[in-house]
Design a protein. Sequence first.
Length: 146
Amino acid sequence: MRSLGARLGAACAGGDVIILSGDLGVGKTTITQGIGSGLGIVEPITSPTFVIARVHGNPGDGPDLIHVDAYRLGTLAEVDDLDLESDLERSVVVVEWGDGMVDDLSSSRLVVRISRVDEASDDGRVVELLAEGGHWTVDDLAWTAQ
């Protein structure tokens, strides 16, 4: 999951929105850690469940990472209160549990759906990548687990 995230992060530009969906424990935060690595973020990335959103500054000239956990947000008004659009141009916004919550934030978004290969086991994941507008290409999204 980190490897995939790093490849995605390296392909990101300021203004990109990545929406992560999947059950608890499938690796949404882990893939976000990889995205941060691909962007050049050096500080630790942890789940923003209790703070809702964290900004991770980029020490280089790349975009910052805004990591949001929308699980406890109940309305679109609560998402609007985060004012994500004010920093969007110079940041990559990754939203866990963001389906239907941040769809209007940008016309360039990547939806990442993660599920377990076997629900009875924690081994293996299926990752579906859906590009919606923007600069994403098939080459950006091609990935093979190693």
